[in-house]
Design a protein around this ligand. Structure first.
Ligand SMILES: *Cc1c(COP(=O)(O)O)cnc(C)c1O
Length: 422
């Protein structure tokens, strides 16, 4: 792509010859890995088509329901489709779940009762989950409800240094790295973690925070023994088309408990008008394996290019991936803002906006976000974000087409190099 479009990238987007040379070299270096990504995507797509067939999706299932939404066969079919697609018994797929954090809250409050303990892996959990745990006093948190939370690294669980105790009722495994310089947790490792915690306490329920992980590997968490997998529809499984929403998939009883937290005891999954929102969710899921592959190729390109420019990247270009997140340690506030500016300049919308840090609900530090996305915060679309704190790491994700992703990475690199020169 870079060589064939070099003159446009240079004349219209101001990308220098030396950066174009580095980018072309990166493209060559990752070509074989990109083919492997496409092959896996095709396998996941064919599996997904089997799910559409098994769920018996019909045109009439795309139509809206209103009011209570009783007997909505479209909503029920969407739940069934997600369950099949993610290797689960049942699923709760709702636009009333306002985000991934909300879906996780429902899943955890559904499974836990006063006096229980929740074990959380890794020990540096995602920012928006902290108020739910109530590690610091936080109204409505699990702590306030009498549930204690213990943090542990994956290594400590695997070695037996951290194991479920007498009070441990559930284990939450966060697959994607979040805003931390740590490895995301692969499906193979999650499988070992599940074997370990269930081996030492059979009754313990395992919830996997599956955000950014759907369709990246061959298997999904529920296929390797997780009781629940939870995620956001404006990340991978919404295929860039879902306007909002979240899902909880897994064992039928655990999904039911999450549904009760969203609605009410007695109502559970039986209510919730779709208002016509599901058409985009069906279509987005259909496209998700393809767009996830495009996002993975963008992440890989960024890893190689920024690695070749001398920056630490996680994962590196030759490591296997379990999510679409690419972390780049830029080391200064100026470079983080420069990177974000480059991503913003490549977006289809708001190209002229200059991203800056701002306070955000659920986050302790100011966060800078860049995205010219069609859906606000939709992060299977090309976007990056960074909490403005040491050691100044930027997290890049998405790109519905790798052509767009590469443009964003090139403009981000251009701005970072200018900042370095400044
Ligand atoms: C995105 C994300 C969530 C949920 O975030 P929302 O913005 O509430 O959807 C949870 N955990 C991780 C690791 C995430 O990346």
């Amino acid at each position: 792509m870079v060589r064939r479009t070099a003159s446009i990238l240079k004349d219209e987007w101001g990308v220098s010859d030396s950066l174009l040379d580095a980018a072309a070299a990166s493209e060559d270096a990752i070509a074989a890995s990109c083919e492997a990504i496409d092959a896996l995507s095709s396998r996941r797509f064919l599996k997904l088509m089997g799910a559409f067939r098994a769920a018996g999706v019909k045109e009439s299932h795309l139509h809206p329901s209103f009011g209570y939404g009783y007997y909505d066969s479209g909503r029920e079919t969407l739940d069934c489709l997600f369950a099949r697609a993610l290797g689960a018994e049942d699923a709760l797929v709702r636009h009333q779940l306002v985000s991934g954090t909300h879906a996780l809250r429902c899943a955890l409050f559904g499974l836990l009762r006063p006096g229980d303990e929740l074990l959380v892996v890794p020990d540096a959990p995602y920012d928006t989950m902290r108020p739910i745990f109530g590690l610091k006093p936080s109204p409505g948190s699990l702590a306030e409800w009498g549930v204690s939370v213990r943090l542990a690294s994956a290594a400590d669980v695997l070695s037996g240094a951290a194991a479920p105790g007498e009070k441990t009722a559930a284990v939450l495994i966060q697959r994607s790295k979040g805003y931390a310089w740590q490895d995301s947790i692969s499906i193979a490792t999650i499988e070992k973690l599940i074997a370990s915690v269930k081996g030492s306490k059979h009754s313990v329920k395992v919830v996997v925070d599956n955000c950014y992980g759907e369709f990246v590997e061959e298997r999904e968490p529920c296929e390797i023994g997780a009781d629940l997998a939870v995620g956001s529809l404006i990340k991978n499984p919404g295929g860039g088309l879902a306007f909002t929403g979240g899902y909880v998939a897994g064992k039928a009883g655990a999904v039911e408990q999450a549904a009760i937290q969203l609605t009410a005891p007695g109502l559970a999954k039986e209510v919730g008008a779709t208002l016509g929102t599901t058409r985009n969710v069906f279509t987005g899921l259909f496209l998700a394996p393809r767009f996830v592959a495009e996002a993975l190729k963008t992440a890989l390109f960024a890893a190689h290019l920024f690695g070749s420019l001398g920056y630490d990247v996680l994962p590196s270009a030759d490591e296997p991936r379990t999510d679409i997140i690419q972390a780049v340690r830029l080391g200064s506030r100026g470079k983080v803002l420069a990177f974000a500016r480059g991503i913003q300049e490549a977006g289809p919308l708001d190209q002229g906006a200059i991203p800056e840090g701002a306070p955000m609900a659920g986050y302790a530090d100011r966060v800078v976000m860049a995205s010219g996305s069609f859906v606000q915060g939709g992060s299977l679309e090309l976007s990056c974000d960074a909490p403005l704190r040491e050691p100044y790491i930027v997290y890049l994700q998405g790109g519905l087409t790798s052509a767009h992703g590469k443009l964003g990475v090139l403009l981000a690199a251009r701005r970072v190099l200018e900042e370095r020169g400044a």
